[in-house]
Structures are given as C-alpha cells and as structure tokens.
Design a binder for this molecule. Structure first.
Ligand code: HAS
Length: 557
C-alpha cells in the first residue's frame, strides 16, 4: 500500500514554551561543550611544534581526550537531541506530550550529570584514554560511569521520541508519519541498537576491570564492542545533518522536498547497514579472520549507497527549485540558490565538503588502501572533514534559525552576514588543517601521537611545515569558534524580538506516494538483528573461545 506524505503544515505553528526551553538547554549545553573542546583543540595544535610546552603540567594526551570527548560525544549528542525534540514538536503541531517532555528533561539531567563527571575525571588526569577509551589503557571507574550516564540519558530521550511517534500514529489512524519525526525515530533506533555494544563493553568488561574486580580484560573483544558502536556513532552525527539537508533546506531555498519515499528509503538503508560494519576500523588488527573483515567491508560499501542517494536527491531539489524560479541554462539553477542566506550557505558548504570527505571514507574502507592510511593523520583529516566540517557546519546553520525560534528573536541581517563570514573562516581553517593532515598522513605521520621528530629522522622533519599549517588552521578555527559564540549569545539573549520561521519543508506535489512498508518496524529491526548476527556471531565466538590471555590495566600517562 502507498500513502501520501504530508503536503503542508498549518500556518504559524509556535512551539510550546516547555518544548522550546527543553530544546534550548540542550543546544546551549552543546555549544558550551564545543567551546571547551575548542580550547583543548587549539592548544593541542600548538604543542605540535619544536620546543612547545603546555602550562601547568597539562599533557598532550589529556587535552586530546578532553577535545575528543567534548566535541565528538558531548557537543553532537546534546545538539542532536535538542534539534530532534524541536523539530518533532513542530511537526506534531507545536506541542509534545507532557510525558515526552518529561523524558526529555530526565534524559538531559542524566546526560549533563554524566558529562560533568566524565570531564572532571579528565581534568584530574585520571582518564587520559582518548575518546575511544581503548583497553588496555585504564581510566578511573567514574569516567566509565559518567559515560554510561550519558548513554542512558540519551536512551530516555530516545524513548520519549518513540512515544511521541506511537501516539501520532494512533491519533492519525496509522497514516504516514511526518518525515522529520520518522527520521528522528530511525536515528534514535539506530543509536539504541548501537549503544548496546558500548554499554556491554563498559558494564561487562571495562568497569569490573577498572574497579579491580577482575585482573585482566579481553582487549580484542572490548575493541570489537567499541566499533560495533563506533561506526553507527558517526551516522548518529550524520543523520541529523541529513534531516536538515532533506527537510529544512528545501524550504529555505523556496523549493519542495524532492521525494519523501527516497528520503525514507535512505534512512532505512542507514538503519540496516550502519551497524554491521565496525570491522572496517579494525582491518589491521589480529584476531579477526580476513573472511569476516571482507564481509564487513562489503557491507560498508552498502552503507555508501544511501549517501549517494542523498547527493542525487539534493541535486534534484536544487535544480527543480532553480528551474521553478526561472533558471533556463544547464547550470543556471545554481544562480537561483540563496547564497546570501546563512541558513542555506553554512549547510551547503557542509555538503560540498562532504564530497571529498566521503571519497576519503571510501578510500579508508578499501582493504588495501586502509593498510596505507590506518593510524595515520590521514584518518584524523578524514573525520575533521566529515564530522567537524560537514556535520558541524550544518549544525551551525541550524542554530542560526533555531535559536531565534526558541527564544522569540530574529536572525538579524548583521548576524546573517556574520554567520556567512563564520562559515568561510571555518571552511578555510579546516581546509588548511585537514589538508595538511591528509597530506602527511600519506607519508606515514601517525595519529594519536604527541610531537616528536623520531631522533630527527628525515621523513619526520619533512612533516614540520605541515604541522605548522595544522596549528595555523587550528588557530583560524578557534577564531571561527569565537565568532560563533558571539552569534549564539546574540541570538539567544540580545537580538531583536520577533518571529523567526521554522523552515520545515513540504513534499513536492508531483512526488510519488510513499510505500507504507517503510513504517513496518518489526521488519526493519528484524533485518538489522539478522545482519548484526550474521556479521558478528562467529568472530565474537572466536574471540571468546581462543585462548586469549587478557591484559592487565595500563596507565600510560
Ligand atoms: Fe569515516 C574512520 C569509512 C563517513 C567519521 N570516520 C572514521 C573516524 C571517524 C569517522 C570519526 O572504512 C575515525 C574513528 C577513530 O577515531 O578511529 N567513513 C567511511 C565511509 C564513509 C564514512 C565509507 N566517517 C564518515 C562520516 C563520519 C565519519 C559521515 C562522521 C560524520 N571511516 C571509514 C573507515 C574508517 C573511518 C574505513 C577507519 C579508518 C582507519 O583505518 O582507522 C561513507 O559513509 C562516506 C559516504 C559519503 C559519500 C559522499 C556523498 C556526498 C554528499 C554531498 C552531496 C553534495 C551536494 C553539494 C549536493 C559517498 C551527500 C552540491 C554541490 C554543488 C556544486 C551544487
């Protein structure tokens, strides 16, 4: 059976003040984490140079841990949940159920408490284990407990969104759900299934070992559980950016969503294929048979497909909207895009950068080429393009209109202009930093390594110019953060009062109806479980059965 997507939302939907407040605290907390993480990031860039020392005995790896945890785990998770709660409230008419709002608050409090605990442990130098917290490096138990609270909090928020979705379906006699809400449910479902891996890692392996209850840890199994979670984690960052690209951007450019069905299909494909692929982060590790690595590499190439579908859909949206506005020539529609509107420009730069960033991902996933780039700065360059540019610029672009919506203010012309400058600064800084990382990564410069010239080895000496370029890029990015903070404060507390549009896109009249099968959750979740069992059961049994000695804890800092 096919069903018609929602073609238009009611005029002037205003968010319930409780929903606006809930979303606002998430977004502001996210930006607070971003600022702290950025300070750590800039400082660690500077210690990549001869004779550079950090004050107060702060270690490079301690900064790197703070930077990774605050940026990759805290900034993203809080922003994503804040955005999804606001958008879901809008598409259900402006008010979430009271129980859902309460779940949102409970989730926020747990996540905030967990973050504070985790950050305290890092600042006390008791958890310098980087954001991947690889065993056998051992952190203080409170670090793991803090991270557990963050995950449990996010589950509660996710259950809130599931509850809202179920209620909407019941109220509307099973009709096709709003696209935004559907996407939020897929994102949180993927997150829930993925975080079971990291919860198992922490609760069954790391915490008992860190508390001294067991003497050793199965390193291979702990890493495997981490990457079972770690790869879908990157799609947990990406999918909310895609929500903006699919649903928000069409409205901002004065067009319509090209195809509701295509958008839903791409999200379902992410749900299916983003989890059983963690081995592509472990291609060089022993203890996993090459057959299972190969299987997961094949599945990795499956997860590229929904991104290619997204690219197609975006080009179609841009072209159709440009032609509807009078563009005639082959590329004339490009001129019709609202280049002066930061709500479009910042996410657009994110999309543009995602073309080389995604190509880099495909290189990483190719078994042979992975042997060249694994554990080098190339990988650091890759994720600064994907998450720190494509995703981050999209989140900044969202914040520029969402903050005024939540605070009852407007995105003034001056702030819009400053946002465009901020986007250029960010893109330029990242171009320098990430470009240098990619380049020296290819000649073997290792990642996760403090500055060293390896006894003045000629190859390592050749990296120095690029390391300076990385530091300079990092400094420019910090300027980008300062501009961003100014805009965020202005839009939250000082900008002119007024009504800012919530740019929620509507589906094009000529789009095909959407097959109802996309909302058959038992089918999709069942298939996800089958794929996960297929990709992980035998290798996990091998890891448990082989006579692995296990490792005692190491504190390397
Ligand atoms: Fe990745 C490592 C493979 C995407 C993040 N990745 C990482 C790490 C992070 C990360 C954080 O296979 C390091 C983890 C660590 O600490 O060790 N990655 C991929 C592949 C993809 C990919 C195949 N990664 C991402 C995304 C991330 C992210 C997205 C964050 C958000 N990655 C890997 C592999 C490794 C890895 C290996 C391990 C390396 C190692 O050995 O350690 C794919 O999903 C990419 C598909 C993307 C595309 C691009 C589509 C383009 C679009 C834009 C359209 C543009 C438009 C603009 C419309 C095919 C959608 C219009 C333009 C006009 C001019 C009009």
């Amino acid at each position: 059976m096919n069903t018609k997507p929602i073609r238009a939302f009611a005029e002037n939907i205003k968010l319930h003040p409780g929903d606006a407040k809930l979303s606002l605290v998430h977004i502001l907390f996210a930006f607070g984490a971003l600022v702290l993480g950025a300070v750590a990031g800039m400082l660690q860039g500077f210690v990549r140079g001869p004779g550079m020392q950090l004050p107060g005995g702060i270690g490079y790896y301690q900064l790197l841990t703070a930077h990774g945890v605050l940026m990759a785990l805290v900034f993203t998770t809080f922003f994503i949940i804040g955005f999804m709660y606001a958008g879901s409230s809008y598409v259900v008419g402006g008010s979430l159920l009271r129980g859902v709002r309460k779940a949102g608050w409970a989730g926020f409090i747990l996540m905030a408490a967990g973050t504070i605990l985790t950050v305290i442990m890092i600042l006390l130098n008791k958890a310098t284990v980087l954001y991947t917290f690889y065993a056998p490096m051992k952190a203080h138990p409170l670090f793991y407990i803090g991270l557990t609270l963050v995950v449990v909090g996010s589950w509660i928020s996710g259950f809130g969104l599931f509850g809202q979705y179920r209620y909407w379906k019941k109220e509307h006699g099973g009709k096709l759900s709003p696209l935004f809400l559907f996407m939020a449910v897929v994102t949180m479902a993927m997150w829930l299934i993925a975080t079971i891996g990291v919860a198992a890692e922490v609760l069954l392996l790391l915490l008992p070992w860190s508390l001294g209850w067991v003497p050793t840890v199965n390193v291979m199994l702990s890493r495997t559980l981490f990457w079972y979670f770690g790869h879908p984690l990157v799609y947990f960052w990406l999918l909310p950016a895609y929500m903006c690209w699919y649903v928000i951007i069409p409205k901002v450019i004065g067009g319509k969503i090209f195809s509701d069905a295509l958008a839903r299909l791409s999200f379902i494909l992410f749900l299916l294929f983003s989890i059983p692929v963690g081995f592509h982060h472990q291609l060089t590790e022993p203890g996993i048979s090459p057959v299972w690595k190969f299987v997961q590499v094949v599945l990795t190439f499956m997860v590229v497909i929904p991104s290619l579908m997204t690219a197609f859909s975006l080009f179609a949206t841009f072209e159709i909207s440009g032609r509807a506005q009078g563009a005639r020539s082959l590329f004339g529609w490009l001129k019709k895009l609202p280049w002066g509107d930061v709500r479009f420009f910042a996410p657009f730069m994110g999309m543009l950068i995602f073309i080389p960033a995604g190509a880099g991902g495909i290189i990483n996933a190719s078994n042979q080429m992975n042997q060249v780039i694994h554990n080098t700065l190339w990988v650091t360059g890759h994720f600064h393009l994907t998450v720190a540019t494509s995703v981050a610029l999209t989140f900044f672009g969202i914040a520029y209109w969402l903050l005024p919506v939540l605070t009852g203010r407007t995105l003034t012309k001056v702030m819009n202009k400053l946002g465009i400058i901020q986007t250029w600064v960010w893109t330029f800084g990242m171009f320098l930093m990430s470009g240098a990382m990619h380049w020296i990564g290819l000649s073997g410069a290792p990642r996760r390594t403090a500055y060293t010239t390896y006894d003045d080895h000629a190859t390592a000496l050749g990296w120095i110019t690029y390391e300076k370029m990385m530091a300079f890029g990092g400094f420019i990015l910090f300027i980008g953060i300062l501009i961003l903070v100014y805009i965020v404060l202005e839009l939250t507390f000082f900008a002119e009062r007024g009504e800012e549009e919530f740019p929620m896109g509507e589906v094009a009249e000529e789009a095909e109806p959407t097959p109802a099968i996309f909302e058959r959750w038992k089918l999709w979740v069942g298939l996800v479980i089958v794929l996960i069992l297929f990709a992980y059961t035998i290798p996990t049994i091998e890891m448990l059965r082989t006579d692995v000695p296990g490792s005692k804890p190491w504190i390397t800092w």
